[in-house]
Design a protein. Structure first.
Length: 262
């Protein structure tokens, strides 16, 4: 499945503006043969926008979700987009996957919040593994800081995730996460990881770009630079199956040794 990574900060503070950016990117991705388009973290609203995060939060089945479903249907590709989700009186940092026919397949709420801004504005999710079937692949969802915890990626590997989607708002000076940590996570867990970042200056933050699709061999199939960019690469289930057959990490685990000791 050809996968498109939309490395963009969109139009911070403007949901309507970001929906237009997403629609244009979806058209380009579909024309290039992509079956899936993935955005950066909180693409729908912007990341460093203070209390506007709460004001712009929407439910998983809100107006923006309907608009994105129409975009997916119009261009004939699935879309994974990150947004502030309003639910049960709280706001979550969420990621929703919509199929090419506009069906909401999965919704994930970020479980590991980063920094004072996120802790102030969001309630963490409590479901570590959220998956959906898409074009013959098991697709898993995480957000940004989540993937820096090896337990999260391993939980997905044990649950059978083939492609892990990770929208992010990775900032300087942490670019080593995109450059090194993400390819290692893909290798040690025998999966593809689509890691999609924001770019440029937003408030006091400077985002690092460097979005990548890393394969189960630890090799980046594509890597963006430091600016606005749409990059594409293929997720190959045949290569994935062969890599899993040849790499014994998951088979050689000894879980009984890893638990707490008295």
């Amino acid at each position: 499945m050809r996968t498109a990574l939309l490395q963009s900060s969109g139009r911070p503070g403007s949901v309507a503006g970001n929906l237009k950016v997403l629609d244009e990117a979806a058209g380009r991705a579909a024309a290039a043969g992509a079956g899936l388009l993935v955005t950066s973290e909180l693409f729908l609203t912007g990341y460093a926008i203070g209390d506007d995060i709460t004001a712009l939060a929407e439910p998983a089945d809100g107006d923006a979700a309907d608009a994105i479903a129409r975009t997916a249907t119009r261009h004939g590709l699935a879309i994974a987009y990150s947004y502030p989700e309003r639910a049960d009186g709280t706001v979550h940092n969420s990621l929703q996957l919509v199929s090419a026919d506009g069906v909401r397949l999965a919704n994930y709420r970020k479980t590991h919040l980063f920094g004072s801004f996120e802790h102030e504005h969001f309630t963490p999710g409590d479901q570590p593994v959220v998956q959906a079937e898409l074009n013959g692949l098991t697709v898993g969802l995480l957000i940004c800081y989540d993937v820096e915890f090896p337990e999260n990626a391993r939980a997905h590997a044990l649950a059978g995730t083939d492609l892990l989607l990770v929208p992010t708002a990775l900032m300087h000076p942490f670019q080593f996460v995109a450059e090194s940590v993400v390819p290692v996570r893909a290798f040690e867990n025998q999966m593809y990881i689509a890691y999609v970042n924001r770019v440029g200056q937003e408030g006091e933050l400077e985002f690092a770009g460097l979005s990548t699709l890393a394969g189960p061999d630890g090799v980046a199939r594509t890597r963006a630079g430091r600016g606005e960019e749409l990059v594409l690469a293929d997720v190959d289930p045949v290569l994935l199956a062969a890599s899993r057959e040849n790499n014994p990490y998951l088979r050689d685990r000894r879980p009984g040794l890893y638990g707490p000791r008295g």
